[in-house]
Design a protein around this ligand. Sequence first.
Ligand code: NAD
Length: 247
Amino acid sequence: MLLQDRVAIVTGAARGIGEATARRMGQEGACVAVVDIDLDVAQGVATFIRESGGQADAFRCDVAKPADGEQLVKDVIAKYGRLDVLVNNAAICPRIPMEEMTEEWFDRLININVKSVFFLSRAAAEAMKPQQWGRIVNLSSTGGRIGGVFNATVYGGTKAAILAMTKSFARHYAPWNILVNAVAPGAVNTRLMQMPEDKLKVQIEAGPLKRLADAGEIAAVITFLASQEASWMTGSTVDVNGGTLML
Ligand SMILES: NC(=O)c1ccc[n+]([C@@H]2O[C@H](COP(=O)([O-])OP(=O)(O)OC[C@H]3O[C@@H](n4cnc5c(N)ncnc54)[C@H](O)[C@@H]3O)[C@@H](O)[C@H]2O)c1
């Protein structure tokens, strides 16, 4: 039980990597706040965790709105009495060709993928300070390492921004034993990876393991980083990509 009695917020937990992380954290003994803009689906995930013997509740939050994130932290602490772990997982990846990118979509990508990470991390870390223990795990991407592929230019930029912010937060909150790390997955079999068959094939062939990851394979690494076991890691980026990118 890696997360026994810990309280964890997982954003974007209604599906994909966030859902797998919420479920895994529930199995590891955490009390999980299953957070998503899509409350109905998040409620289904929370119900599944409870029916499997874990503790979980669903919360609606639009992570792009700092006020929503600050209220979320308050609501979770009001409900469970503390906050130990934040997983900044919610993001969007619209596949928009360079020539067709609009200012509106650009701003939306920045707000959901980047602004959320700053404001939610700060609100969570401030709540964690008094207990001198905290973990923040940010979802980046191989796109943040090498630039987004298949019409994901701005997305790649947002995922690179997360890597830099992870390091700044790690330095700033280290005195309170709040450790901040990033995970950079390769191609994972989720809604976000939906693309034409031929494009998907290129992604699969690019890696030595010749397959997409299952969301649970990313959740395992996130859960480790959220635990006491990762006590000597902060400001790190863990590449979880099946060998597609070997740095
Ligand atoms: N799937 C991949 O191949 C892949 C690869 C690298 C990185 N990632 C990263 O992993 C994370 C999860 O991706 P996924 O593949 O599970 O995506 P997904 O689309 O399956 O799930 C994302 C979840 O985020 C929620 N969400 C979107 N906007 C939101 C908002 N404003 N507020 C709250 N919730 C919101 C969605 O409702 C959804 O439930 C993302 O940060 C993504 O960039 C994914």
